[in-house]
Design a protein around this ligand. Sequence first.
Ligand SMILES: *[C@@H]1O[C@H](CO)[C@@H](O)[C@H](O)[C@H]1NC(C)=O
Ligand SMILES: *[C@@H]1O[C@H](CO)[C@@H](O)[C@H](O)[C@H]1NC(C)=O
Ligand SMILES: *[C@@H]1O[C@H](CO)[C@@H](O)[C@H](O)[C@H]1NC(C)=O
Ligand SMILES: *[C@@H]1O[C@H](CO)[C@@H](O)[C@H](O)[C@H]1NC(C)=O
Ligand SMILES: *[C@@H]1O[C@H](CO)[C@@H](O)[C@H](O)[C@H]1NC(C)=O
Ligand SMILES: *[C@@H]1O[C@H](CO)[C@@H](O)[C@H](O)[C@H]1NC(C)=O
Length: 138
Amino acid sequence: MHLSTVSINLLLLVIVLSVLSSTSESQQPTYLYHDCPNTTTFSINSTYQANRGTVLSSLSYNSTRGDGFYNTTAGSIPDTVYSLSLCRGDLCQACVTFATTDISQRCPNQTRAVVWLDECLLRYSDQYDTRINTSFPL
Ligand SMILES: *[C@@H]1O[C@H](CO)[C@@H](O)[C@H](O)[C@H]1NC(C)=O
Ligand SMILES: *[C@@H]1O[C@H](CO)[C@@H](O)[C@H](O)[C@H]1NC(C)=O
Ligand SMILES: *[C@@H]1O[C@H](CO)[C@@H](O)[C@H](O)[C@H]1NC(C)=O
Ligand SMILES: *[C@@H]1O[C@H](CO)[C@@H](O)[C@H](O)[C@H]1NC(C)=O
Ligand SMILES: *[C@@H]1O[C@H](CO)[C@@H](O)[C@H](O)[C@H]1NC(C)=O
Ligand SMILES: *[C@@H]1O[C@H](CO)[C@@H](O)[C@H](O)[C@H]1NC(C)=O
């Protein structure tokens, strides 16, 4: 009697822990694909890099405005950076925030880049183009 209460409690604990851990696993966005050709790159500490930082930060804060689609632009020609994000579900903001860090690491100095995760996509470019399915180079 006493023993079986203990084992039921242990069983419940195991169930709760496994639910919790599967929830936190599913909240980690899953990387699917990225592309950033080396054919156009920018210099470290350039105006273009600063503008890229501005749009990435803006996407990470504002991606949930609108209906899953958000676009923003920073800087003036020739250093203008156009960017957009597309996301769905509860994980929109978390996914886009993850994507901004991820794309900066995968594409440290590429002028045009796109990254796909399971819950969102993010791209930036020196070319204005809001089509989400454009392949590179533009
Ligand atoms: C761009 O160059 C980096 C470093 O040389 C390399 O790791 C990466 O695979 C290249 N990207 C493409 C799309 O060729
Ligand atoms: C871009 O980054 C790659 C890898 O870090 C480096 O080899 C290349 O020289 C960089 N290009 C420019 C223009 O900074
Ligand atoms: C870029 O700027 C940072 C901070 O101002 C500086 O520490 C770094 O040396 C610079 N890098 C290059 C390659 O100019
Ligand atoms: C988010 O969007 C608002 C309205 O367009 C803008 O004023 C604000 O600067 C944006 N936030 C960031 C971090 O860019
Ligand atoms: C966002 O995209 C729309 C077209 O979908 C365009 O009219 C608008 O100028 C873009 N805004 C920015 C800030 O890039
Ligand atoms: C991209 O989307 C446009 C409009 O939805 C479509 O006409 C075009 O065929 C698509 N391109 C690719 C490569 O899927």
